[in-house]
Design a protein around this ligand. Sequence first.
Ligand code: PRT
Ligand code: MG
Length: 213
Amino acid sequence: MITLALSKGRIFDDSLPLLRAAGIEVLEDPEKSRKLIIGTSRPDLRVVLVRATDVPTYVEHGGADLGVAGLDVLLEHGDGLYRPLDLKIARCRMSVAVRADFDYAAAVRQGSRIRVATKYTHQARQHFASKGVHVDLIKLYGSMELAPLTGLADAIVDLVSTGSTLKANHLVEVEKIMDISSRLVVNPAALKIKRVALRALIDAFEAAVGQGS
Ligand code: PRT
Ligand code: MG
């Protein structure tokens, strides 16, 4: 049995066409069913539904053989996973955003300490350190957009796709840190034990990504 970890929402939705191109149908709609383990048209492949940030943990510790997770989540999680493939789905960017009335460029130029709220503390720390900007990082788990509006922080590091969330909260994107997409991750031990089946699946995903781009 091969276990694939996916998160509900955009990663599941964007993974479906790739699975389909690989000849795999998922047998249940996670938005309708409450099941956490769902079968596929391949009797030897099942999908487990986990929180996006839990995908690397499941794969690393063998709760799943492989999974799909955003680069943002993987970089915060750290090493320990084989990352064979950029699936080019759930694309967005990680950026710095501030309140429209905060002069970020001036704060950087003057060497001020900037208070930055984010869920992505590792990436943020690395980014600002590489620019030589002094920051106080404030770890948040949700709705980072609120932080500059309430005076909790001067800036946020968050994911942006259309930009409409920032706009609705009167925030402006001032710096892109990196482009983000979702990656296929594989448990290295599983890859040894189930090499033939997993290799075939990785190759099928790779072919499906090629068709899409
Ligand atoms: O929602 P939950 O707390 O369960 O977990 P999650 O937020 O980690 O999961 P999910 O499904 O929302 O995101 C899964 C992955 O999708 C992320 O890890 C990213 O790699 C990727 N992704 C792609 C995004 C976005 N685009 C995105 N726009 N993840 C989040 N957003 C959020 C962003 O944080 C911001 O709040 O959408 C808002 C901005 O969107 P725009 O379109 O208004 O700019
Ligand atoms: Mg979310």
